[in-house]
Write a protein that binds this ligand. Structure first.
Ligand code: HEC
Length: 163
């Protein structure tokens, strides 16, 4: 092979690699975007389950059985949270408007898992306590779940709303 052909071959390889890499990045970005959309929808659905629970505590709306039902739904949702936070889908990878997920999530994945487990544990406890029907005990556990379950993750791992 003479020098020119060698260089041409090399250039071709470099160009093809470049195209391949670009293609991968594009599909990664699309996957990332989908994960962000899905986890935001999941959070909204968790929030929707939390609403009737708060209404029961605040103004006696609904029943303890409703609380148990929605606590179980939140508990089931915790099984889907972690998978919707693949690496490369936080702020820094996407704009502040697209996501509020902080890089701290992937720097401290064990801590993020622990925060997820806190909501799993506290929602399970709430479902069990609600089954007993003691309104005072329910109110207390709702407070614990909100603080440790939601706040325990949002505080370290969720950034401020984009302006
Ligand atoms: C393990 C961590 C974790 C737990 C537990 C958690 N969240 Fe979140 N939540 C997040 C993160 C991170 C975001 C930001 C997601 C993004 O913007 O990509 C978020 C976003 C949200 C949003 C905004 C959704 C939107 O419109 O974009 C709501 C509402 C919400 N969470 C409600 C709750 C409630 C209510 C609870 C407790 C019952 C809860 N979350 C528990 C991590 C968590």
């Amino acid at each position: 092979m003479n020098r020119t052909i060698k260089l041409t071959a090399l250039a071709t390889v470099v160009a093809l690699t470049g195209i391949f890499t670009l293609g991968m990045q594009t599909s990664d970005a699309a996957d990332g975007k989908a994960a962000i959309e899905q986890r935001r929808a999941l959070m909204k659905s968790i929030s929707k389950d939390f609403k009737p629970i708060k209404a029961y505590v605040k103004s006696g709306k609904g029943s303890a059985a409703d609380v148990a039902k929605h606590a179980k739904a939140i508990n089931a949702s915790t099984g889907k949270i972690l998978a919707l936070f693949p690496k490369g889908t936080g702020r820094g990878d996407f704009s502040d408007k697209e996501t509020r997920a902080l890089a701290a999530i992937w720097k401290d994945w064990a801590g993020f898992e622990k925060a997820n487990k806190a909501l799993a544990d506290e929602s399970a406890k709430l479902a069990s306590i609600a089954g007993g029907g003691d309104q005072k005990a329910i109110a207390k556990q709702v407070g614990v779940m909100g603080k440790l379950g939601c706040g325990g993750c949002h505080k370290p791992f969720r950034g401020a709303k984009a302006k």
